[in-house]
Ligand binder design. Structure first.
Ligand code: GAL
Length: 829
């Protein structure tokens, strides 16, 4: 039977390669013992040169074959090695693989030794001078080197299932206008199509196909046929087998109820199961048409973000748990329904999680703006084929990107990439990301990076201004990004503008009935080359920082979902933060029905969801426009009309400054002095009393988010009197399984009310003991009041690990986190 054995531990690594290193033991004493995922260079946080990971390095692993492997077919698989791997086995070259983003394998059945250790060596070239995508010009992201995804051995019978592709034909089960939130799970009879390839001696073989539902809720909570394993069919096997069956009602995979099924194939010979393979998939239909995107018949506006697969210090080298965590953050914290894997295929663990949680995926082959020579293009086609064959069973993937991101037209090349995609996967449409409108289009969907929004005017271009063919679907694949780089330690106005720009584009796209949706650039900041970014080798384009801490713009996304209550205010309410003490616009980011605002515990105003100017979004930010409330009517002896006029003037002065007071307001002022006999000092005192100002008495603002009549979240903004460290740990349970495990710890300096302190830049010192160790430096500064660190498990070092965090400047501010390390895959399956 099929068996997977991971080869992630006990590799020897050298920063350079010598020919003799393909021999066992050569240079052992100078080589470092490492585990996979591995990076060829641990990088600083910023200000580093990409040359530190551009090298030819050597990985060597010695392992013994078990006697039980005899007679089996033995396949060696690399899930990801960046960027060109020459693989040697027992002194001989097995082959070369020239893409850092897809997996590859070699059949080592005839080369394996049973009489002594086997020697596996990888000569890894991670130089950007390679003539393969994405190299050849400049690239706006670092392309870290290393064997950074799992290495494994797959054992099967010599006659085995080589490949299986499952896709479905599902009728439209929802109405076009059904709302994403309210839709109930649906079940419907569908078609399941399978292409199965068998290798070896197929004479007398039979294939058995089973179906089993593994997640999702059946309508009405009923049990369905496929909740248990059900035999679908039995057929005699050929080398290539095409099947199509009609099913009894099955639960459809959707963003709200991502029902997954296992398609299990058994290869039977002489009544013995000689191989079996399981493909996890979903029943769903996903189509881009002229007026938008339809999932299972329902029109769904795609609201997504672009993701790179990089992390501070270790580049691409993070295990499954961190990939899974990114998918969770996208869905739960950022509330998006889609992600674009820019600009290369990303970890299977990440995509598996997208399948599991219902996050739609735009998947594309590697490349960035540049198209190389014929050899380069051939490699691009190989990359494309590998991408489609390796990822085509994932229900979350709704479109293939088959153009080099933002490259020029190349008709012959792109005719070919589209043909390849349609041939290998008849079930999905193609896109190809373009930087200009009206380009040649062999793809099914016009996918375009719309950077037209520069802060004013329209949030996006019209479809007809961009596409040459109105009959095809149209999707915005990037917006914002370099148009407004923003650091978490930028001033408040800048961070707010960044957030509002994201809102404006989202709102504009939501308002265009024929745009399928959009992907913001991008999920988090990333290290980049000298040609881009802020000079420190970081593109500050994220709605989160590199550690996945939220910038203000993250709330603009997070508030679009309804599962978690969101309440955030764009201001700390400190007027000294703003030029001339002018507050300008203050926005409430919430998904609540309404927000009540109090000043020093006095009710001022209830803001309703409908008050937002962003009418196309379900939840749009709401502008704070009243600091006075009913106080003037209650406290002062003004007529109703006069109180209204004074309130208006006070609110204008509070948000926009005296300079913005109009003629009407000056008349009001004159009336106060004449009719109401107030002195100038009285007027100033009144301003201090109701608005509060420079040097005035500290004000406490309270905001209550209300849903279904209940306060669901409260936020208080007042003078900071205490600083605490808040930590968000991805998981305190870690697993030593196929390799080491990692937990992310996001750290924030917060005040007594839990508000992040954006200018708190002190250092945190971290110390570990027991079963965990730190990734990266031991002392880290907070940036924008936030930081992050990663701990990884240590092999065979017990089951308890402790992380001690302490603020360098104040011994009092500290925190301990305890981790339990267990054996097994745990959640990482
Ligand atoms: C796009 C490109 C992205 C990123 C972005 C920055 O042109 O596709 O990779 O560089 O600009 O806004």
């Amino acid at each position: 039977m099929r068996e997977i054995l991971y080869l992630n531990n006990d590799w020897k690594y050298s920063d350079n390669f010598e020919d003799d290193m393909i021999l066992p033991g050569y240079g052992d004493s100078t080589m470092e013992v490492v585990r996979i995922p591995h990076t060829v260079a641990v990088t600083p946080f910023n200000y580093f040169d990409d040359r530190i990971y551009q090298k030819v390095s050597c990985y060597r692993k010695s392992f013994n074959a078990e006697q039980s492997w005899k007679g089996k077919r033995i396949k060696l698989c690399f899930m990801g090695a960046a960027h060109e791997a020459n693989v040697f086995f027992n002194g001989q070259l097995l082959g070369t693989h020239s893409s850092g983003y897809t997996s590859f394998s070699f059949d080592i059945t005839d080369r394996i030794r049973f009489d002594g250790p086997n020697c596996l060596v990888v000569k890894l070239d991670s130089r950007e001078s390679l003539n393969v995508p994405p190299f050849g010009f400049v690239v706006d992201y670092m392309t870290y080197g290393g064997i950074y995804r799992d290495v494994l051995i797959e054992l099967t019978d010599k006659t085995y299932i080589e490949d299986s592709f499952v896709y479905t034909t599902v009728p439209a089960v929802y109405n076009a206008s059904e709302d994403a939130k309210e839709i109930a799970p649906k079940a419907v009879g569908s078609f399941i199509n399978a292409k199965i390839k068998i290798s070896g001696d197929i004479k007398g073989c039979t294939l058995k196909h089973y179906l089993k539902r593994v997640s999702g809720v059946m309508p009405g909570g009923e049990k369905d046929e496929y909740e248990n394993r059900v035999l679908m069919a039995e057929t005699s096997a050929n080398e290539t087998n095409d099947f199509s069956y009609h099913t009894l009602p099955v639960c459809v995979w959707d963003v709200t109820n991502p029902a997954l099924y296992d398609y299990e194939i058994e290869l039977v010979k002489d009544e013995k199961i000689i191989d079996s393979k399981t493909e996890r998939f979903g029943f769903r239909s996903a189509r881009f048409v002229a007026d938008g995107f339809y999932l299972n018949g329902r029109k769904l506006k795609i609201r997504g973000l672009n993701r790179h697969q990089s992390y501070p210090y270790v580049g691409y080298a993070m295990p499954s748990s961190m990939q899974v965590e990114d998918a969770r953050i996208l869905k739960e914290e950022l509330g998006v329904n889609a992600v674009r894997c820019s600009h290369y295929p990303q970890s299977q663990d990440f995509i598996n999680e997208c399948d599991r949680i219902g996050l739609l995926v735009f998947m594309e082959f590697p490349g960035w703006q540049h198209i190389g020579d014929e050899a380069w293009k051939e490699q691009a086609i190989v990359n494309e084929k590998e991408m489609i064959i390796q990822y085509r069973n994932h229900p979350s993937i709704i479109i293939w990107g088959v153009r080099i991101n933002e490259s020029a037209d190349d008709d012959e090349f792109y005719k070919k990439t589209n043909e390849v995609a349609h041939e290998l996967d008849p079930s999905r449409q193609t896109g190809g990301v373009k930087a200009s409108g009206k380009m040649h289009t062999f793809e099914d969907v016009y996918t375009y990076n719309d950077f037209s929004f520069e802060g004013t005017k329209n949030g996006c271009q019209k479809k007809k201004a961009v596409t040459p063919d109105m009959n095809k679907g149209y999707l915005v694949t990037e917006y914002n990004g370099h148009m407004y780089p923003t650091k978490s330690f930028d001033d408040e106005n800048h961070r707010k503008e960044h957030a509002i720009r994201h809102v404006k584009v989202m709102d504009a796209i939501a308002g265009e009935h024929d745009i399928a949706g959009g992907f913001g650039w991008c999920m988090f900041d990333y290290n980049t080359h000298k040609d881009f970014g802020s000079g420190d080798r970081i593109c500050y384009h994220g709605v989160m920082d590199m550690f996945r801490n939220p910038k203000m713009a993250a709330f603009a996304y997070g508030m679009q979902q309804d599962e978690e209550n969101v309440l955030e205010i764009s201001s700390s309410m400190d007027i000294g933060e703003h030029p001339a003490g002018i507050r300008e616009d203050i926005w409430i980011f919430t998904n609540a029905d309404s927000v009540k605002m109090y000043k020093n515990n006095l009710f001022i105003k209830e803001y309703k969801r409908e008050d937002t100017p962003f009418k196309n979004l379900k939840h749009g930010p709401i502008l704070v426009d009243d600091f006075v409330g009913d106080q003037l009517y209650e406290n002062e002896k003004f007529s109703k009309g006069m109180a209204d006029a004074v309130k208006r003037a006070l609110n204008i002065a509070a948000t926009s400054g005296m300079g913005k007071l109009g003629f009407r307001d000056y008349i009001t002022g004159a009336k106060l002095l004449t009719l109401y006999k107030m002195s100038v000092k009285d007027v100033v005192d009144m301003y201090q009393k109701y608005i509060g100002d420079w040097g005035g008495k500290a004000t406490s603002f309270k905001f209550e988010a209300i849903k279904d009549g209940k306060v669901v979240k409260t936020l208080v903004k007042e003078t900071v009197s205490d600083v605490r460290l808040e930590t968000i740990v991805s998981s305190e349970k870690l697993y030593e399984g196929r390799t080491y495990d990692v937990a992310s710890i996001r750290i924030r300096a917060v005040d007594q009310n839990g508000n992040v302190l954006p200018y708190f830049n002190e250092c945190v010192k971290a110390k570990t003991e027991g079963a965990i160790e730190l990734i990266g430096p031991k002392t880290i500064p907070l940036r924008g009041g936030m930081a992050g660190l990663y701990v990884k498990t240590r092999r065979r070092q017990g089951s308890k690990g402790k992380l001690h965090l302490k603020l360098e400047a104040s011994e009092k501010i500290k925190k301990d986190i305890e981790f339990t390390v267990m054996e097994g895959e745990g959640r990482n399956v």
